[in-house]
Design a binder for this molecule. Structure first.
Ligand code: NAD
Length: 519
């Protein structure tokens, strides 16, 4: 029986509430129904799993880029063949719409499997270094990227596939074994993948899934050779501290409070559509969701009117057939309270709720798509990550004020600027303290797998995608080769006065003259 079948059969036998003694119940957030149970793995189980992955790693590495790419492409085929099963499970455990599961998860992962299968070899090819040093004349210097061993990947609940398995793909293509710890809120899709990887030719234990809560994640950090973490800034900090204690590298993809700036010469229709789309999609539970908007005075009323009209058209409810709803459930029960408290805090401080504003009565967890105006930076809704379907809009005098407010944040993940003057849009984008910025767009930079995606400030450390997105899973090794060396070089013993003089002369000759200042 597969790991996933085991989880389902126990759920059927048990019927409902969270199991005691090391089991975690998984709920469908749109209905409240328990759909599975998984192990809450303890430290010993995690240690054992990492040890097995360590044994499997050399065999996986030995397959080479071609062998590993074959498994990845087989997996991509598996995803396409099994798309209905995967989508059903994603929708059930996360509460998101089928469209979000299809485009932002399944489509992304299939694309990423092909991308890394093809590009890993290029990104990790040995690099010949031309060194400037006179003392190394005639010697060959190379840098190679070799797998670190066992990489741990810890993921959040908002994108169970994209932000969990998605980060395993480059780690695997680099030749590492991977142990993935998905969120305890949404572990089922990833458990299914542990079986799929085997079916597609991955050696046993080269890719494993450790289910459980925070303790399981902490145990993983204690045992692996490198950790990639996606989740909240609060937990990311704990992971970084533990990684520092162990002196293992970590890469962190954390929270955000992404600003959108709408300048007076923007295409207001496009900006309003983008704002509603990327504030409300996946119920706003996207790390790079539009979380706050600054609009220049001359187009403020028009923008607010258009945003309101689009928001009122949104259909919310339990996800069903394709095209049935636009906004699904809130995945994680405590998140509803966070959103409610941010809206309440804003209202208490003088904000107006123009649409939505409250949680919807169950079954299931939903929060109405909400638009607020009259907001400012004394309010949590403008400064803390809300992670819900909210769109607070603030009027600003000019672009300078918009930039100042956008940068008034401890986060720095994504950002966007709308202007028909592309040069101006780009100039403003370059002033934003964010790891990523779009002009006349939002979020789409995430699909450019060739370009690094990472956060600045408290939004993260390191990057996924592009060369850094796979090299981080490797240790570099610099190799120097001397082909035709004399028996004894000038830099070797014995130390003599004439050699010391010669090196001194060389130094004076090379760097002894003061550089003339350029006028
Ligand atoms: P979280 O920090 O609560 O949990 C993330 C993961 O960490 C879970 O698997 C959890 O079990 C595990 N964990 C908890 N304590 C741990 C510990 N001490 N050591 C190791 N692991 C531990 O985050 P969440 O609520 O699941 O996800 C939402 C957050 O993720 C939001 O802040 C969102 O912005 C962020 N996120 C960021 C990105 C990005 O790319 N920057 C993408 C998706 C989500």
């Amino acid at each position: 029986m597969s790991a996933l079948e085991q989880s389902e059969s126990t759920a059927e036998a048990n019927g409902a509430p969270p199991a005691a003694g090391g089991r975690i119940a998984v709920e469908n957030p749109a209905t409240g129904e328990v759909i599975g149970q998984v192990d809450d793995m303890g430290a010993e189980q995690v240690k054992d799993m990492v040890a097995r992955a360590r044994l499997a790693q050399p065999g996986w590495e030995a397959l080479g880029f071609d062998g590993r790419a074959e498994v990845m492409l087989e997996l991509r085929h598996w995803f396409v063949q099994n798309r209905d099963r995967v989508l059903d499970l994603l929708v059930k455990e996360n509460g998101k719409t089928r469209e979000d599961a299809l485009l932002a998860e399944l489509f992304y992962v299939c694309d990423a499997l092909g991308f890394w299968a093809k590009r890993a070899r290029k990104y990790l090819a040995d690099e010949r270094i031309k060194t400037h040093s006179l003392l190394l004349l005639g010697k060959k210097v190379m840098v190679r990227h070799r797998p670190r061993g066992v990489v741990g990947v810890i993921g959040p609940w908002n994108y169970p596939l994209t932000n969990s398995f998605g980060d395993c793909i480059p780690a695997l293509m680099a030749g590492n074994a991977v142990v993935l710890k998905p969120s305890e809120v949404t572990p089922l899709t990833n458990l299914m993948l542990a079986d799929a990887a085997l079916e597609c030719g991955a050696p046993a234990d080269a890719f494993c899934v450790a289910t459980g809560g925070g303790g399981t994640g902490a145990a993983l950090v204690e045992n692996v050779d490198m950790i990639h973490f996606t989740g909240s800034t609060r937990t990311g900090r704990k992971v970084a501290i533990e990684a520092a204690q162990r002196l293992i590298p970590c890469s962190l993809e954390l929270g955000g409070k992404d600003p959108m700036i709408v300048l007076r010469d923007a295409d207001v229709d496009r900006a309003a559509n983008m704002a509603v789309q990327w504030a409300m999609a996946n119920s706003g539970q996207i790390c790079i969701a539009v979380e706050r908007v600054y609009v220049e005075e001359p187009v403020y009323d028009e923008f607010v009117g258009k945003v309101l009209a689009r928001t009122r058209e949104l259909r919310q409810g339990p996800p069903g057939e394709p095209g049935q709803v636009d906004v699904g459930a809130m995945t994680f029960p405590p998140q509803v309270e966070t959103v409610r408290s941010h809206v309440q805090d804003a209202v208490d401080k003088g904000a107006q709720v123009l649409a939505g504003g409250k949680a919807v009565d169950g079954p299931g967890q939903f929060f109405e798509p909400t638009v607020l105006t009259g907001v400012d930076h004394t309010m949590k809704i403008m400064t803390e990550e809300t992670f819900g379907p909210t769109l607070p809009i603030m009027k600003v005098r000019d672009a300078d004020e918009a930039v100042r407010l956008a940068n008034d944040s401890r986060y720095g993940l994504n950002s966007s600027v709308f202007s028909k003057d592309l040069a101006k849009g780009e100039r403003v984008a370059r002033r934003l303290h964010a790891g990523n910025a779009c002009v006349n767009d939002a979020l789409m930079n995430y699909l450019a797998l060739e370009a690094p995606f990472g956060g600045s400030n408290e939004s993260g450390l390191g990057a996924r995608h592009g060369a850094p997105g796979i090299r981080k899973y490797c240790a570099t090794q610099t190799i120097l080769v001397t082909r035709f060396g004399p028996k004894r070089e000038l830099t070797m013993f014995p130390n003599t006065a004439w050699k010391a003089k010669a090196f001194e002369k060389l130094m004076v000759l090379a760097w002894g003259r003061r550089r003339r200042k350029k006028r």
